[in-house]
Design a protein around this ligand. Structure first.
Ligand SMILES: Nc1ncnc2c1ncn2[C@@H]1O[C@H](COP(=O)(O)OP(=O)(O)OP(=O)(O)O)[C@@H](O)[C@H]1O
Ligand SMILES: CC(C)(CO)[C@@H](O)C(=O)NCCC(=O)O
Ligand SMILES: [K+]
Length: 272
């Protein structure tokens, strides 16, 4: 998706950038309103350096979308709020003049540990402030993560495992005779007991991830019977379709929201 709105109130425009392990996620805000969100690949370092020379938001958006449409009006460069879990990328983006990198100490979540990923903290904060605590966030991204906070907005903790794409990739790359299985966007589940290699890999990865998600949700609801659960990340739709087929009651409880990190950033930037 590309920005298509033509903002009228130009003084409170800002951009949010989430630097993930696979790609970039963008949001264009006017004040508290998220006008547009979109994903891109990583940008080449030379392109990022050119951003520093941009005079207007229009120039900037043209760099971010070389083939994209641009805004009609000429707006000054706006602030860029960055949440990154890729330090080498964060450094490159500092060349943009109006950059603010969000750090863990800016997230009001209590009892965090120092190496907690900023994406996990922001997504949990955004979800909890929007739908209430206790909150469990499932991020089906490059890594699949569970991150939870109690009613006092204290981190309960969580878990990290390789995401769907990473599981397929490592099997293909680190073995002698397993093929690289592409992410199947087919909504139907693979056969449980497969009799060919590709479906055996699909079965193994998909059913164990789904069983793992179900197990974490069940334990979460034992701990916090009125706890809420939100899911985000690039594999959310695929996993939701599968979860719906296998565990419809659990799936009905899930809040699906790709922009949780942006809601977290918005909460912190705009305050209460
Ligand atoms: N167009 C796409 N490009 C890349 N990955 C995609 C795309 N569409 C779906 N995916 C899936 O999204 C997953 C990555 O999720 P996502 O984009 O949320 O991760 P990320 O934000 O880059 O990484 P992180 O987990 O560090 O936040 C991959 O496993 C992949 O299967
Ligand atoms: C787990 C990932 C990779 C998920 O994007 C990121 O949040 C991260 O690098 N976290 C640091 C380790 C932690 O959260 O405990
Ligand atoms: K790493």
């Amino acid at each position: 998706m590309k920005p298509h709105k033509h903002p009228e109130h130009t003084d409170n425009i800002w951009l949010a950038l989430e630097i993930g392990n696979s790609r970039l996620h963008w949001a264009l805000f006017i004040g508290e309103t998220l006008c547009s969100g979109w994903d891109t690949d990583y940008l080449r370092e030379s392109v990022i350096q050119q951003l520093a020379e941009c005079q207007t938001l229009n120039d900037l958006l043209e760099k971010i979308f070389p083939q994209g449409e641009s805004l009609t009006n000429t707006l000054p460069l706006c602030p860029l709020l960055i949440a990154s879990v890729v330090p080498s990328q964060t450094a490159i983006w500092q060349t943009y003049p109006n950059t603010h990198v969000i750090t863990l100490d800016q997230v009001p979540l209590k009892a965090v540990y120092s190496t907690l990923g900023i994406d996990r903290a922001l997504a949990l904060w955004g979800a909890g402030k929007t739908w209430g605590f206790p909150m469990l966030v499932i991020d089906a991204g490059t890594a699949l993560t569970f991150t939870a906070a109690d009613a006092n907005q204290c981190l309960v903790g969580g878990a990290i495992l390789p995401g769907l794409g990473l599981q397929f990739a490592t099997l293909g790359q680190q073995t002698g005779q397993l093929p690289l299985v592409e992410m199947q966007n087919s909504p139907s589940l693979p056969p449980r007991f497969a009799i060919n290699t590709i479906e055996a890999i699909q079965s193994g990865v998909v059913y164990t991830i789904l069983a793992g998600i179900k197990d974490f949700i069940e334990v979460w609801l034992q701990l916090f019977p009125d706890g809420k659960i939100a899911i985000k990340g690039g594999d959310r739709t695929l996993l939701l379709n599968y979860l719906q087929a296998l565990y419809p009651e659990i799936t009905a409880r899930l809040i699906v929201e790709p922009n949780l990190i942006f809601w977290g950033i918005q909460e912190i930037v705009m305050g209460d």
